[in-house]
Write a protein that binds this ligand. Structure first.
Ligand SMILES: Cc1cc2nc3c(=O)[nH]c(=O)nc-3n(C[C@H](O)[C@H](O)[C@H](O)COP(=O)(O)OP(=O)(O)OC[C@H]3O[C@@H](n4cnc5c(N)ncnc54)[C@H](O)[C@@H]3O)c2cc1C
Length: 112
């Protein structure tokens, strides 16, 4: 569940500790790494609390968007609708067989 903003302190969260991900879509580790990169860059460029506040604001947006997408895929994967399940698995197999297509499909889940 998305969480509301909280008062920023010197302690923050990243990865599954804040936006726990289903295995579907294979974006949990990418999103955790994106958190690390965003926070790291911010800490180099800004004052610590400002850096953490900006990181938390951005992370809540893309992190929970990723959770929603991952959850949607998980539901499609276990759907009771056989046609929908077959179609979804076929798309996944197509992505595996055509790497440029896979990269294009998951482009939005990469790094800035
Ligand atoms: C079955 C499965 C398949 C997945 N497949 C993919 C995939 O293909 N691609 C993808 O991108 N994501 C995948 N994910 C999701 C991905 O694994 C997670 O989103 C990602 O590992 C989160 O990284 P993290 O660093 O936040 O947490 P974690 O990888 O869980 O790291 C947390 C670490 O903290 C350690 N720890 C916990 N408590 C303590 C403590 N008290 N003291 C010290 N250390 C502690 C743990 O041992 C662990 O090593 C999958 C998940 C599952 C369950």
């Amino acid at each position: 569940m998305p969480v509301d903003p909280w008062p920023t302190t010197a302690v923050t969260l990243l990865g599954d500790a804040i936006h726990s991900m289903t295995p579907m879509r294979g974006i949990g580790a990418n999103t955790a790494l994106r958190d690390a990169m965003t926070l790291c860059r911010n800490l180099v460029e800004r004052e610590p609390l400002d850096a953490i506040a900006d990181y938390e604001r951005r992370m809540r947006e893309y992190g929970f968007a990723a959770v929603t997408a991952s959850l949607r895929s998980a539901r499609q994967f276990v759907s009771g609708n056989a046609v929908g399940r077959v179609a979804f698995k076929s798309v996944l197999r197509l992505f595996e067989a055509v790497p440029p297509l896979k990269r294009a499909a998951f482009r939005d889940h990469g790094l800035d």
